[in-house]
Design a protein around this ligand. Structure first.
Ligand code: ATP
Length: 404
């Protein structure tokens, strides 16, 4: 029987070596796989650690007391890093400012968050406008009314130029001389005498945003929220600067305080206090100017008329003959009027008429002409319009004699 040939030693060594090479390759591959696995696990660990941190942070936040919302009235200049704020619930506090916040960054009117326990200012809040305020139709970007459209108020225009227009257009003049221009002016006079008109005209002349707030609406529409809306509106004025903030019917919130106040009165008072706090937070030389308007300056709270608030009063009287003539000219400018309509006669027949009445007379005269299907307005149209608007038809049934 033939024996199976056995490998020589050399052949055995070669085979062993081949086997070792294969095995080493296999180990190398395993090593690589294990390394990949380590990287994946490391990535997973980092991810889980981050998740854990997030959950821990959220947990800490949930355990912390909620922050309080407040508005800065003034930043105190006393090295103690303090400020005066009004909280959203009403009262004012002197509070510390967290060291992380630079006090120079804080300005009056800013919304901030207070720690509920220490009342420290810990965060500056973004000044989000209340959607309701945003939606209010109180902005007239830059009104399309100039001084040319205002008749018979030359003295008032002159005063407004000095007190509102000049500080907005040329604040350096005041800085150079060292005087503070008035922060706000008060227009007072009967309804329809051109207060809103002149406020719009000065906004036009200074390229300023015109914001009109009607005080009576503030307390009626936003019961319990008047003070908050005042704050929002002043924020809006700041954002849209240069701004003329026109506060109409000021007496609705600023009548002198009574002794026995009802809860409604207290709401009005809160709104007024907020208004004064906001006014105090503005700089006299800044680019927001305030114009208040009222028919009853006699009943206004004197605190509102102190320097730094509405410190100039401008009167808007019922127009005299000369002023009525100027107002008629403004409103007749665009009308197609027959030559024999006598301006003096119109002026004489409209004693005690306001600017608003004169505008209504001109519009009404035009309407009479349209009703007659005519192209031109006659003296009879004016006569009928005066009868209608001035209500003299009740006293006298015929047309004013002047025209007949
Ligand atoms: P209120 O106290 O009721 O708010 P007001 O004094 O603000 O009244 P305006 O709204 O300015 O009155 O006037 C109403 C309209 O009357 C004006 O839009 C304008 O057309 C006309 N008018 C009033 N005064 C004048 C004036 N001096 N010159 C030209 N038009 C005037």
């Amino acid at each position: 029987m033939q024996s199976i040939p056995r490998d020589t030693k050399k052949e055995r060594d070669v085979k062993k070596e081949e086997h070792l090479i294969v095995y080493t390759k296999h180990l190398e591959k395993r090593l690589r796989n294990l390394e990949t696995e380590i990287s994946l696990l490391e990535a997973e660990r980092i991810k889980l650690e981050k998740e854990l941190n997030d959950l821990r942070y959220e947990f800490d936040q949930l355990r912390k007391p909620a922050l309080m919302n407040a508005t800065i009235i003034d930043v105190l200049d006393d090295r103690n890093n303090r400020a005066i704020v009004t909280s959203s619930s009403g009262p004012s506090f002197v509070v510390k400012i967290n060291q992380n916040l630079k006090s120079e960054k804080l300005t009056a009117g800013m919304s901030v968050a207070l720690n509920q326990n220490t009342l420290k200012i810990v965060e500056i809040l973004p000044t989000n406008l209340d959607p309701f305020v945003k939606g209010m139709e109180l902005i007239d970007s830059i009104p399309d009314i100039s001084y040319q459209d205002v008749g018979g108020l030359e003295d008032q225009i002159q005063e407004v130029k000095e007190t509102v227009e000049l500080p907005l257009k040329n604040p350096d003049v005041f800085k150079r001389i060292g005087v503070d221009p008035p922060k706000g002016v008060l227009f007072f006079g009967p309804p329809g005498t051109g207060k809103t008109l002149l406020a719009k005209a000065v906004a036009h002349e200074t390229d300023a945003t015109f914001i009109r707030v009607i005080s009576s609406e503030l307390v009626q529409k936003f019961i319990g929220e008047g003070a908050r809306y005042v704050r929002e509106i002043f924020n809006l004025a700041r954002q849209k600067a240069p701004t003329i903030l026109f506060i109409d019917e000021l007496d609705a919130i600023a009548a002198e305080r009574m002794e026995d106040a009802t809860s409604g009165d207290r709401e009005v008072q809160r709104t007024l206090m907020q208004l004064m706090a906001e006014l105090d937070g503005f700089d006299n030389r800044g680019d927001v100017k305030f114009i208040g308007a009222t028919n009853r300056a006699d009943i206004l709270d004197p605190a509102l008329l102190r320097p730094g608030r509405f410190d100039r009063i401008i009167e808007f009287p019922i127009p005299d003959d000369k002023a009525r003539e100027a107002i008629f000219k403004v409103h007749m400018r665009a009308l197609n009027i027959q030559k024999d309509v006598n301006l003096n006669a119109l002026v004489n027949l409209t004693k005690m008429a306001t600017g608003a009445d004169i505008k209504a007379i001109c519009t009404e005269a035009g309407m009479f002409a349209i009703r007659r299907d005519a192209d031109i307005i006659t003296k009879e149209d004016f006569s009928d319009a005066i009868n209608k608007i001035m209500n003299i038809d009740k006293i006298k049934s015929s047309r004013p004699e002047f025209f007949i």
